[in-house]
Write a protein that binds this ligand. Sequence first.
Ligand code: GDP
Ligand code: ZN
Length: 315
Amino acid sequence: MSVEFADRKKTATSLTGRVIAAYGRHFEVEVARGTVYSCVVRGKKKGVVCGDEVEILPAAGDQGVIETILPRTSLFYRSEIFREKLIAANATQLIFVLAVVPSCNLELLDRCLIAAESQRIRSLILLNKIDLIEQNEHTQVVAHHLMSYQELGYPVLKISAKTSVQPLIPLLSGQTSLLAGQSGVGKSTLLNALVPQAQQTTAEISNALDSGRHTTTHVRLFHLDADSSIIDSPGFQEFGLQQLDEESLARGFIEFRPFLGQCKFRDCQHIAEPGCKLLQAAQEGRFNSWRVACYHKLVKSLKKIHPWMEASKRA
Ligand code: GDP
Ligand code: ZN
């Protein structure tokens, strides 16, 4: 991580605020409700992200410079081998949105749950567009999978954002919720139903920044009430987890936790090692097969391979 936390020497004129919008190298920082500064970051400091608490130095008019990022309670981000994409800071809850159409990408769901677990962010799974549900084989498979996540302890809520977002509202109270999911699942529809001015704000920013030439991906925080807010992030099709080591990867699968730390090898990766308690539990049918397969796929994609595996590859 390249985030720098500058020393917290406060100058007489600096203000503390929250980043409520991040687009490229421009940030909107709210220092009091309704008082927003348009900011850039001083020097080469990187890594300011929507949701960050920051100290800014006001300049002319409503302009300002971000001087310091205050310590975070969480950072939700994805990391591919050559690229890191910070998404939001200080979120307390991830809302992963899936929809009946386009079909559910469970690997993407698992990846986001793992990223959230590693930052101690709780997760809520939201199945949208249930008005389109037809009783067929596909929907039965989806229902079965979602039931399994519920059994693991993740709340699953089924809604039709077009009809009513009412069932979601109590679950947002007191949280900084981060909306995530593939494009087309209905995140904008959901957000517009929750925050009526969201559509206008988004359109204004697109007009101001893009001039119709290109699309800037941006992340924005909206207040729901005095202590609840929601962060909207651009849809994504992939979610790299290269930031995690093997241990946090395995811990990201919450059902694996009771079995961790008991394998024969202390640094067991639970792939094919002898004396692996996790594999034993998997063979006993204690986990969902697709979660184990997902774990294996992810752990093998990490760069470091256990020496035992190296030896077995040569054997
Ligand atoms: P986003 O890319 O995740 O922001 O998705 P959008 O909010 O743009 O929605 C994608 C499409 O799904 C749009 O045509 C929406 O009108 C539609 N949509 C969103 N929510 C629902 C829903 O609950 N039911 C139905 N039938 N369509 C929906
Ligand atoms: Zn093991």
